[in-house]
Design a protein around this ligand. Structure first.
Ligand code: CP
Ligand code: NVA
Length: 303
């Protein structure tokens, strides 16, 4: 029975913990995993731009002994030529897995249904699970644990927020989500994350007030405008500027580290000086994208 990775929402805390440990192991001893994907080909299909995800999958797959075929659906040449069901069924005739970055989560569900090989979510409108895994791997490396820590996400409640909530709940990490009014995380995903958190003892708090960050270990932020959102920057700046992650906020909250999935917008959601400071975990997060994804590929494809 093939296993997809669309959200982590149906995983157990034990399975999540063991995937995190596998990522640590692969990072520490890559040579032991260099044949995991020997003779295997993975198609990576992108409806949206990408730097980190595309390159880290390509190089990561190569390090595991496999081969990646990149499919550019953004150019328009492939978009709309056939039904998603047929795309996925055809791809699974040749590929051993499909990695897909799509606008709508429902496209991934269609792919997963139609393909008889694993489908991996490389970002959609609702989730970014590969990012979530890399981020908790980064926290684990920084603090030696994830359980009992507190991560505070500040900004727009989006796909990254949702995956941080789910993966964090499974790994016992307390979450505070601070957004402007009207930009909260999806209520049903927050409710699901709270149900998962009950199994690990983690807490999830939502607020519109920056004071809710006081006492946190880590502050995390992401773009105020996700890909596909064409709201003019000037329109949202007035709402979001008070939520900028900057040195004063780090000081007031007591957070020792700052995180961002990138691409980052210097001096908008985060100050450039904070990105460049010794509190920044941004490059470690980027590096860990590959190790986390290689753990996912190893788990789904070496069974
Ligand atoms: N963090 C992330 O997914 O970056 P890309 O959009 O560049 O892949
Ligand atoms: N929330 C952002 C994440 C980019 C990696 C977006 O969807 O554009």
């Amino acid at each position: 029975m093939k296993q997809d990775l669309l959200t982590f929402a149906n995983w157990t805390p034990e399975a999540m913990e063991s995937l995190l440990k596998l990522a640590v192991e692969i990072k520490q001893a890559p040579a032991s995993y260099s044949n995991v994907l020997k003779g295997k080909s993975i198609v990576a299909l992108f409806e949206k731009p990408s730097l980190r995800t595309r390159v880290s999958f390509d190089i990561g797959i190569n390090k595991l002994g496999g081969h990646m075929v990149y499919l550019d659906v953004q150019s328009g040449k492939l978009a709309g030529r056939e039904d998603s069901v047929d795309t996925a069924a055809n791809l699974s005739c040749w590929a051993d897995a499909i990695v897909a970055r799509v606008f709508s989560h429902s496209t991934l569900e269609t792919y997963a249904e139609a393909a008889n090989v694993p489908v991996i979510n490389a970002l959609c409108d609702k989730y970014h699970p590969c990012q979530g895994l890399a981020d908790y791997l980064t926290m684990f490396e920084r603090f030696g644990k994830t359980t009992g820590l507190t991560m505070t996400y500040i900004g727009d409640g989006n796909n990254v927020t949702h995956s941080l909530l789910i993966v964090g709940a499974l790994l016992g990490c307390n979450q505070v989500v601070i957004t402007p009014k009207g930009h909260e995380a999806d209520a049903s995903i927050v409710a699901h994350a709270k149900a998962l958190a009950e199994k690990t003892g983690a807490t999830i708090v939502e607020s519109n007030e920056l004071e809710a960050a006081n006492g946190t270990d880590v502050i995390y932020t992401d773009t105020w405008l996700s890909m596909g959102d064409d709201t003019p920057l000037e329109t949202i700046k007035a709402t979001f500027m008070p939520y900028q992650v900057n040195e004063a906020l780090m000081e007031a909250s007591g957070a020792s580290c700052v995180m961002h999935c990138q691409p980052a917008h210097r001096d908008l959601e985060i100050t450039g000086s904070l990105i460049d400071s010794d509190k920044s975990l941004l490059m470690q997060q980027a590096e860990n994208r590959m190790h986390g994804q290689n753990a996912i590929l190893t788990q789904l494809l070496s069974a």
